[in-house]
Design a protein around this ligand. Sequence first.
Ligand code: ZN
Length: 274
Amino acid sequence: MATKNVLVVAAHPDDEILGCGGTVALHTRAGHRVTSVVVCEGESLRYGAGNVNQSSHMHQAAEVLGVAEVNALGFPDQKLDTFTLVDIITPLEKIIQDLHPEIVYCQYGGDINRDHEILFKAILVATRPVEEFIEAIYAFDTASSTEWAHPRSFNPDTWIDISSTIEQKLKAMACYESEVRPYPHPRSLDALENRAKAWGNQCCIDAAEVFMTIRRVIRNGQTPLPVRDWTRQASLQVSTSDSTKALGNQQSVQNNSPSHPLEQAARFESNPLP
Ligand SMILES: [Zn+2]
């Protein structure tokens, strides 16, 4: 199977870790190629350009997660509202056309931060479904921004188990020395761990990141079920009705016989990751 291309679009350095660092680590572990786009530099307004070495932190954090490429667009921090939407859409569209990502993770538009809100509008345009390659777009939860908006409209529909990558996420966030705050601030490492546990516990898992599905398109006769579950379910159904036939079926799956119906179906199924 060809490598999946995953695109993360964040407004500021550290949003990409806060929102989906654990999920990105799952993608890279699965062999997917992850590209991060960080639209604004995040320090000029608060610290003065270059004073906290945020660009270096961003690349260190990406390395911790195994991100293949970080693309910093360099728009000024907290000033996206001084540009036209087209100014922001144009570079995003070019990246998307070059990359052909199957999955896009982006900032949520209902956050307290104006840059997040504007970037979300730009992403909706840049990912409009005129091309077939984008399978899904998910908006992520950003600590100290999503929950500080009002009305609090972030209502997740997707929980991703990051129990096995939460340590990587926290290690990546720790690279951002200028952005980590002391506990109990939401951007403290302890609070981020608590947040992941609280989200995860909603679905009886240890730690999770949460997303709102913006769009998921299932084309070409595929079903929403991941292939792993589908084949297991099909094998179980067969084995309860005809054990001899089941053995034959299981062997066919293991041998990857191209003529077997399970394998044929598998070619139309999506990857278990979102
Ligand atoms: Zn931000």
